[in-house]
Every structure is written in structure tokens, then in C-alpha cells.
Design a protein around this ligand. Structure first.
Ligand SMILES: *[C@@H]1O[C@H](CO)[C@@H](O)[C@H](O)[C@H]1NC(C)=O
Length: 337
């Protein structure tokens, strides 16, 4: 008679941990009410989230109206495409960087100025007043340098999701993808990516690969990379690497109601706006990016010339949610339709 009881207890415990879920109320509708909250040992007058919502709705500036329409559009797309709502689990929050001193949550997306945003957040959360560009790029990416929301307890997570200003920066999906390809597969120094992904891509998607290519994985073509991405086996095996994973999957914009949807195309303007809301625009400037290695729209179009229309279509479908959620139109260079 003891055995079934134990089994039931084990089952209850498993269920208990499984349902350690995160429930938070839609803070995008209403600013947080708990003002004067102490953060980092000092009282702040007004949190960035409150700063966003204090303006009289009839007197919104053009930039406020633009952000409002970006949020509205995303909300509409979420409603028409998300079949069922689900709850967030800590695993979903690994890309959300926390700044407890200023009340900010930033979802980082690789290839969308994330190094510079991490540098800025290191300056904001660190003790030393520094120029963000003095922080070496590799230092900004060391795990553990910045805290992520997944490291907090459920109640701490909920409190932060409710009261902090949540923001993300996005980019035209194929421009981001070509930028990731160029950076990870065409630069000779990225040997870790060549070994980890390049060898696998060549083995699976190149007929008659030479032994050297199979060994080094350093000459993956863009069309081989595309075939790797659209192969259903790739994602069955493991999640995409964050450099080519969709923003939809990295940042969960239909579940986390971002207050600011920043764009790479308006990076300086949107970044300044976030820093202004956080009242730190006098302390830190968002670094202006060097345009020398920028991936341009023309460059992206030339990479797609080698891709058949069938594969273009598969690739578009793969990244479709990122196109729709962030209002990027289907690129004119695509050959299907
Ligand atoms: C969406 O994109 C179109 C075309 O680029 C633009 O005219 C429109 O203002 C955008 N809408 C939002 C909500 O950003």
C-alpha cells in the first residue's frame, strides 16, 4: 500500500517543479505604480518605465508616436499568428540582461549592435565611469559579466517584468543573417565557428567535399549555409546558434511586452531615447558605429542571387515572424511569389 503513495508524491513533486512558471501582468498597458522604489541603494525619482508613460497621451512627440505604432503593430501580428498563449519559463529569459540600478531589461540580439549595448550596460551597472568603447568587445561577451533575468527567482522575475523598461533592438532579418554569415564563415579568425558549424555544414550539404574542407570547415558558401538553415534536421538536433536564431525565439516578443522596439536602421536615435528615459543620457553616450564593415542592402541582394527561388521561399518562411513582427517588408530581390 506504500508504493502508490510514494509514486503519487514523486509525481506531485515533478509537477510542482514543472509548473514553476512565470506569470506576469501586461505591464505595457499601464505604468508601474510603485514609485520611489529603492534601486541600488538610492531612491530614484521616476523609473524609465514611468518616464515612458508620464506624457499626456494627447501630446505625444513624433518619436513617442512612432514607438507606439511599432508596439501596436507587433501586438496585432502576435494576435493573428500566435495560436495559443503559453507561460514564460526561466529558460526563455536567458537573453534578457538586467540593470537593477536603473530599472532596465534589454534583450540582446547578436548582429544588432549588441556588443555596444552590452558595453553601455556594463558602464551603467559597474562602478567605474568609463567610455563604453574602452571596454574590449570580448570582455562584453564574457558570460557572467552582466546578469540575465533567468538567474533570478520567480517573484523577482515577475517584479522586474512588471516594473522595468523592457527593450530590444532588431534589424532587417536577411541583413542580419548575411551579416552573421559574413562574420562567422568568411573571416579566417573565426575558427571556433568553422570547426563547430562549418565542418558539419560541408559534410551535410556539399557533395564531393575535399578532405581539407571537411577538416577545416572554413569555406562554407552562403547557399550551403542556407541549406543548413532550412533543413528540418538542423533544428531537430539542437536550437540554432544565437547569431542566426530568430528574434522571435530569442526574445519572445509576443510574451514579453517590450516597451521599446529599437531598430538597427534608427540605432542612434532609438538608443538615445532609451538612455534619456533612463535619465542617464548625461552619463553615457551610445557609441556611434563604424560603418566600414557594414552589411548593406545591395550586398544582401547579391548573396541571394545564388539562392534558388525554392530555397528563398523556405528561408523567408523560416524568418517570416521576424519580418512581420517588426514591420519589415518582403525584400524586392526575392524571386518567388
Ligand atoms: C511599417 O512600414 C511601412 C513601410 O516601410 C511604413 O510606412 C509604416 O509607417 C510602418 N509602420 C510602423 C508601425 O512602423
Amino acid at each position: 500500500m506504500r508504493k502508490p503513495k510514494i509514486n503519487r508524491m514523486v509525481l506531485a513533486m515533478c509537477l510542482g517543479s514543472f509548473f514553476m512558471l512565470i506569470i506576469y501582468f501586461h505591464s505595457h498597458l499601464k505604468p508601474a505604480q510603485d514609485s520611489g522604489q529603492t534601486r541600488g541603494g538610492r531612491k530614484s525619482v521616476r523609473s524609465p518605465l514611468q518616464a515612458l508613460y508620464t506624457t499626456d497621451p494627447t501630446e505625444l512627440s513624433p518619436i513617442q508616436l512612432m514607438h507606439q505604432s511599432r508596439r501596436d503593430l507587433l501586438e496585432d501580428v502576435c494576435h493573428s499568428y500566435s495560436h495559443k498563449r503559453r507561460v514564460l519559463i526561466p529558460e526563455d529569459l536567458k537573453h534578457l540582461i538586467v540593470d537593477d540600478q536603473h530599472g532596465l531589461l534589454y534583450c540582446y540580439v547578436p548582429k544588432v549592435a549588441c556588443t555596444n549595448w552590452k558595453r553601455v550596460l556594463m558602464v551603467l551597472t559597474g562602478d567605474s565611469q568609463k567610455d563604453p568603447l574602452q571596454i574590449p568587445a570580448n570582455e562584453a561577451h564574457v558570460p557572467g559579466t552582466l546578469r540575465t533575468l533567468s538567474e533570478y527567482s520567480t517573484s523577482e522575475i515577475n517584479q522586474r517584468l512588471r516594473t522595468y523598461l523592457k527593450f530590444v533592438f532588431v534589424r532587417e532579418p536577411f541583413e542580419r543573417l548575411v551579416s552573421a554569415y559574413r562574420n562567422k564563415f568568411t573571416r579566417s579568425y573565426n575558427t571556433a565557428f568553422h570547426k563547430r558549424y562549418g565542418t558539419k555544414i560541408i559534410q551535410r550539404h556539399r557533395a564531393d567535399a575535399s578532405p581539407e574542407a571537411l577538416e577545416r570547415g572554413d569555406d562554407v558558401s552562403f547557399s550551403e549555409f542556407v541549406r543548413y538553415l532550412v533543413d528540418p534536421g538542423t533544428q531537430r538536433e539542437e536550437p540554432f546558434n544565437e547569431h542566426w536564431e530568430r528574434v522571435h525565439s530569442l526574445c519572445h516578443p509576443c510574451l514579453i511586452h517590450y516597451n521599446i522596439l529599437g531598430k538597427y536602421e534608427t540605432l542612434q536615435q532609438d538608443s538615445s531615447y532609451v538612455l534619456k528615459l533612463a535619465s542617464v543620457d548625461d552619463k553615457v553616450m551610445f557609441p556611434s558605429s563604424a560603418k566600414s564593415t557594414r552589411t548593406t542592402a545591395d550586398m544582401v541582394a547579391s548573396y541571394f542571387k545564388d539562392i534558388s527561388s525554392a530555397y528563398q521561399k523556405k528561408l523567408y518562411n523560416l524568418y517570416k515572424m521576424d519580418f512581420l513582427l517588426f514591420n519589415y517588408s518582403m525584400p524586392a530581390y526575392l524571386k518567388f511569389t
